[in-house]
Design a protein around this ligand. Structure first.
Ligand code: SF4
Length: 301
């Protein structure tokens, strides 16, 4: 593994590539990245990135977002079939049909959507800013929230609007149950449970905090507990252990793993850089149309 890491660092230097990694990818991938973060953090980095070559370690909609926000860069995704089942639940054609049936609704798309789907909505959001984005919309407008019914329903608990939810979800987070949370609390007394808002609302209510992976780090910074139970994809625990070496972190049992995120390996990163392979290609119209709802999101103060 050390040889492979050294080879990647050498290729990174010779190609000038900047490596982005999502919080859910494997620990050894996070360790060779220039930036590790959640969707919002990585979107902001992509927007400000001037690099000619971006290697995106995550799933395809994330690499597409980097391409949309940094269209002059070549963006590589090490494993082209690293996708997101939730993003695939809201195909652009179905969203367009829903638009024609709900002409007065504001279409809010979680960033976990394909570029083609983003291109036909009004505004995007991430799990870090979903409440802020929906709050910024006119109170008299119906909100059509897609594709994650769980995130949408969690937002609706605090932001009053008329909602219609797309029937999609993250299969990984949707599987988390209250029993799993209660068992973790019993196994680790005194450790707050931090859960991701892609989980079902009744399960979120069993936890102590709900937050995006980026915001989970702020919660830990501000809570003096010795340990925490982390109810999301286990990859984030690597970053938590690095940033807070004096705290303890416990994954839920059974462990929550996104197989698509784990498709990214050191070998695939090395090969992508070496052979400049698996470039994200989007046509100019899709980039332009998908960029608007993302920029509207980033402009909300
Ligand atoms: S954890 Fe869920 S939402 Fe995130 S990439 Fe995997 S399947 Fe998609």
């Amino acid at each position: 593994m050390q040889d492979l890491t050294a080879e990647i660092l050498e290729l990174k230097k010779s190609t000038g590539a900047v490596i982005f990694a999502h919080n859910y990818v494997a620990a050894e991938i996070q360790d060779i990245a220039d930036f590790v973060g959640d969707s919002l953090e990585l979107s902001l980095k992509a927007r400000d990135c001037k690099a000619e070559l971006i290697l995106f370690c995550g799933v395809s909609f994330m690499a597409e977002t980097a391409k949309i926000l940094s269209p002059g860069s070549t963006v590589l995704l090490p494993v082209p079939d690293a996708g997101c089942p939730m993003a695939d639940m809201a195909p652009a054609e179905e969203v367009k049909m829903m638009r024609s049936e709900n002409p007065d609704a504001v279409f809010v798309a979680y960033v976990n959507t394909t570029a083609a789907t983003k291109a036909c909505v009004d505004i995007c959001c991430t799990s870090a800013n979903a409440e802020k984005i929906v709050s910024s919309l006119p109170a008299d407008k119906k909100v059509l929230f897609l594709p994650d019914r769980n995130l949408g329903r969690n937002v609706s608990e605090t932001v009053e609007r008329e909602y219609k939810f797309w029937d999609g979800c993250c299969p990984i987070h949707d599987k988390i149950t209250c029993d799993m949370i209660l068992a973790a609390k019993a196994a680790h007394p005194g450790c707050p449970v931090i859960i991701h808002p892609e989980c079902r609302p009744e399960v979120v209510k069993c936890a102590d905090y709900a937050a995006s992976t980026g915001k989970m780090l702020s919660i830990i910074r501000n809570d003096n507990s010795e340990g925490f139970v982390i109810a999301t994809e286990e990859g984030i625990i690597h970053r938590m252990k690095k940033e807070f070496p004096d705290r303890k972190f416990y994954a839920l049992t059974p462990c929550v793993i996104c197989e698509d995120m784990k498709k990214i390996t050191l070998e695939s990163v090395r090969d992508a850089l070496k052979f400049k392979q698996h470039e994200v290609k989007l046509d100019a119209a899709t980039i332009e149309n998908a960029r608007l709802p993302i920029e509207r999101m980033l402009d909300v103060k």
